[in-house]
Ligand binder design. Structure first.
Ligand code: CP
Length: 309
């Protein structure tokens, strides 16, 4: 039976650890001058993106090519979606061309879950509305894992996630994944960008960023998702940065050497000051490299039937 990756909700710690250990090996491939492996020899991967992307789309394409798969991209703006073709018809059309893995990004929460049972290709969720972005959280956790050295060190790890929590699919996948590994997650942001009853996901929630960041091991900024926001959720970008942006002064409240992360793309001077983005605690560029490795691992494991060891 084919397997999909629709989200981290319900994924076991063992499955996550298997993906991260596999990705750690794949990261060595990304660092080699010769990046060709035979892991997906002859397989076909299609990226179907209804929303813009730089990191996710390119890293899935490169990951597929590094593993010798055939890789193709299709975006809503340059396809027959513009002539009115439905998502289901588009996915079925791509499936019938011999596709083994369909990587999908869509503005509608749950869209990959609608498509997955209808096609024979494995579906990977590359971000669906405000729901999940599982490979982003996996690459975030890989970056942490490499710094922590062991899965044991996730237990009691304090992770502060700051910003537009309401609209963020990245935060939801990180909460599921990090909690499965035993980390403690705190979220903070303007009250207007905080989902009601977020505490029910097992996190601490604050409207004062300093409270969340104090003594954290990891500080992660989230992008302000202007494309998903109604107007007026915060007074101005300048005020947002003053109260909710991470700068050197706020980062000093975290543990010495705490890692600074952001899924990208960053709005410089809004979610993070340039001084912390380019500072010694930032692992934002390392996250990008982890992204290729995680996507290699996920596609390889799916091609072998799933994430259990
Ligand atoms: N983090 C992330 O999903 O970035 P892109 O939108 O560039 O893919």
């Amino acid at each position: 039976m084919k397997r999909d990756l629709l989200g981290l909700k319900g994924m076991s710690a063992e499955e996550i650890k298997n993906i991260l250990d596999t990705a750690k090996t794949m990261k060595m491939v990304v660092s080699q001058p010769n990046k060709k492996t035979q892991h997906l020899q002859g397989r076909t991967v299609v990226n179907l993106f209804y929303e813009n992307s730089t990191r996710t789309r390119l890293s899935f394409e490169l990951a597929a090519k590094y593993m010798s798969a055939n890789a193709a991209n299709i975006t809503a703006s340059g396809s027959s979606v513009q002539k009115g073709e439905s998502l289901i018809d588009t996915a079925q059309t791509i499936n019938m061309m011999g596709t083994d893995i369909l990587v999908m990004r869509h503005s509608m929460s749950g869209a990959p879950g609608v498509i997955a049972p209808l096609i024979s290709a494995s579906v990977i969720n590359a971000g669906d509305g405000m729901n999940e972005h599982p490979t982003q959280a996996l690459l975030d956790m890989l970056t942490m894992y490499e710094k922590l050295g062991s899965f044991e060190n996730f237990k009691g790890l304090k992770v502060a996630i700051i910003g537009d929590v309401y609209h963020s699919r990245v935060v939801r996948s990180n909460i599921y994944g990090l909690r499965a590994l035993g980390a403690e997650v705190a979220v903070a942001g303007p009250a207007t960008l905080m989902p009601p009853q977020i505490e029910k996901m097992g996190v601490a929630a604050y409207t004062d960023v300093r409270e969340a960041v104090r003594d954290a091991d990891i500080v992660m900024g989230l992008r302000i998702q202007l494309e998903r926001q109604k107007k007026g959720l915060f007074p101005s970008v300048r005020e947002y940065h003053k109260y909710f942006g991470i700068d050197e002064e706020k980062l000093k409240l975290a543990k010495p050497g705490a890692l600074l992360m952001h899924p990208g793309p960053v709005n410089r001077g809004v979610e993070l000051s340039s001084s912390v983005i380019d500072g010694p605690q930032s692992v934002i560029n390392e996250q990008v490299k982890s992204g290729v490795a995680v996507r290699m691992a996920v596609m390889y494991l799916l091609s072998r039937g799933g994430f259990n060891r």
